[in-house]
Design a protein around this ligand. Sequence first.
Ligand SMILES: [Zn+2]
Length: 193
Amino acid sequence: MTTRLTLLLAVLVALCWPSVARAADTDPVGGWPLRPEPAVVAGFDPPDSPWGSGHRGVDLLGTAGQVVRAALPGRVSFAGVLAGRGVVVVDHGDTRTTYEPVDATVSLGDPVAAGDPIGRLALGGSHCLPRACLHWGWIEGADTYLDPLRLVGAGPVRLLPLWRDEPVSRVVPMPYVAWRSPLQLFLLRWSPP
Ligand SMILES: [Zn+2]
């Protein structure tokens, strides 16, 4: 049993550690893809499974035609139309950022610096119709979705480890505190002769 618990803890630590370490030490510092700093109209809600529902990025309010900029330096790894909407993907090595819907002004393989224009915000395919907004994603490896707001220091404060989520104090409701068993009632009423 102890061995299994130790193993479970090791797995949990292994699962949690990379994201905690990245949040603490190695988040690259990027810039907002829209300027001035946009309103975040939908936050990051990663799916529980690769096929699960969720929101794999954040939505930044903008105006149609607004210039969209690379959040980090990198190289354009996709610029084109996917499922009817314009998409730009910039590769940063171990991660990549995605921007949609965007009419690209860059081409596959173009190097970009942080803040460089990569296209213009489109309306078709907006997650905020009838408003225009940029769906901004940040992906690590094959398909690990990260919160892109961490790139601009606007992400959630570092998450507490799971085992610290337990309530500090627990108030246990005791609705039956006044209830007494028949034996208790008998003993209460009974007086020795
Ligand atoms: Zn979105």
